[in-house]
Write a protein that binds this ligand. Structure first.
Ligand code: ABU
Length: 323
């Protein structure tokens, strides 16, 4: 089986599931300052260095449960190499974009993540491209610190994490935010060609990644985070014509003291096995009810450090083959 996937919901056949070993907060550099910590005036209390052992061990336990569930659903599971990196191998979603049989190592927003794709490269097939990754200081704008109207990335070169994109066959939705600039959307459009349309989502969420803001569930149905998408008009066409499940408030699972890399909206960061079955963090009962009303069954699985490490089930996966 090779690589093929054009949307977020077709029957899953092959996937990479991240690993927590060697996860660390890297030494501060300009990219980390403006992308991860733009909302903090002081960064003195950031715990640079490896995550606590408890976080790694419990994440391994939870990911093993997830992997066994996937295998039970007939899904082939690959894992990144369990080796040190500049950041982590927990969120393969962030680093590589998959469309049809093509894989693209994204021009990652954080300098410390530039080479992360190397730890999954053996699973990325023959049609693999590495985007040029510009990382000089003029790529990053310190004025964004404390000002969510200003974005961390300038427009001197294309720059985005692959998790700034979700796929719906002939349309891709790309979040312009601290982890993806407008030039990145242009680059993506060129990469996928003119038969596919890249639509941008702007001024809804200045922090990282799209997958706690919108989830595509099947053709014509999406889950939206109402704290960021206030009305359907904020979505570009054709998504503003889709049926929308307005996500219930998440149940906040908290985070390890002193370590937090995501908002509480991990209930939107779900992962589809097929159009009728998703994996949802196990405490998200209100979201489960909302999805079940649309005939979508939810496998309720633990991921205790989703907020600590900055990713729930969509973030910590990379679907390689959907039928
Ligand atoms: N890595 C996704 C985090 C998104 C959020 O904090 O909502």
């Amino acid at each position: 089986m090779t690589i093929y996937s054009t949307n977020e919901w077709d029957q899953l056949k092959k996937v990479i599931v991240g690993v927590p070993e060697y996860a660390q907060i890297p030494p501060m550099d300009k990219s980390l300052r403006v992308i991860n910590y733009a909302d903090r005036h002081s960064i003195e209390d950031i715990n640079v260095g490896p995550y606590p052992k408890q976080v790694i061990d419990e994440s391994n336990e939870d990911l093993d449960i997830f992997v066994n569930f996937l295998k039970g659903e007939g899904v082939e599971v690959k894992r990144p190499n369990r080796v040190p990196t500049g950041y982590y191998n927990y969120c393969p979603r962030d680093t590589v974009f998959v469309y049809k049989n093509q894989t693209l190592a994204a021009p990652m927003s954080l300098r410390s993540r530039e080479k992360e794709f190397l730890h999954i490269v053996e699973h990325l097939g023959n049609n693999f491209t590495i985007a040029e990754n510009y990382q000089k200081d003029d790529m990053y704008d310190l004025d964004c610190v404390g000002d969510s109207e200003k974005l961390a990335l300038t427009e001197v070169a294309p720059k985005f994490d692959a998790a700034n994109i979700i796929r719906a066959n002939d349309y891709l939705l790309y979040l312009v935010s601290n982890s993806g600039n407008k030039k990145g959307a242009e680059y993506l459009q060129e990469f996928v060609g003119n038969d596919v349309k890249v639509k941008t989502l702007e001024k809804v969420y200045s922090y990282m990644h799209i997958d706690s803001t919108v989830a595509f569930l099947r053709e014509g149905l999406l889950l939206a985070n109402p704290s960021r998408i206030k009305s359907r008009d904020m979505l570009p066409h054709p998504f503003n014509t889709w049926d929308i499940i307005w996500s219930p408030e998440p149940v906040d699972i908290g985070h390890y003291p002193g370590y937090c890399n995501s908002s509480k909206w991990i209930n939107v960061n779900l992962f589809s096995i097929n159009p009728n079955l998703v994996v949802l963090e196990k405490n998200q009962e209100p979201t489960r009810k909302a999805l079940e009303a649309y005939g979508i069954e939810c496998a309720m699985l633990p991921l205790r450090h989703a907020r600590t490490l900055g990713g729930c089930f969509h973030c910590c996966t990379l679907d390689l083959y959907r039928k």
